[in-house]
Design a binder for this molecule. Structure first.
Ligand SMILES: [Zn+2]
Length: 85
């Protein structure tokens, strides 16, 4: 895995983001791998031997999380789950 530099991070994200709602570079999310708050625009891109590009956690390579591991901060809700019964 080799890190590559992205010139236009917003455009790159829009082209490569696998989900419908592309976040802004200024959005903050939480990476479930390293459990750190991350700023989307600080993502890193790594390319593997096959040429596939991964949008990775800003804390890569220490963190092996990629953008699919990023969740909205608001999703960390304590829903008061008390078990099934
Ligand atoms: Zn991470």
């Amino acid at each position: 895995m080799k890190e590559i530099k992205i010139q236009d991070k917003q455009a790159y994200l829009e082209e490569n983001y696998p989900f419908r709602e592309v976040p802004d570079l200024s959005d903050r999310k939480e990476c479930i791998h390293c459990q750190q708050e991350i700023i989307v625009g600080e993502y890193k891109v790594f390319v593997d031997d096959t040429g596939f590009e991964f949008i990775c956690c800003p804390n890569a390579p220490q963190c092996s999380g990629t953008l699919i591991d990023w969740i909205e901060k608001d999703e960390w809700v304590d829903d008061g789950f008390e078990g099934f019964g």
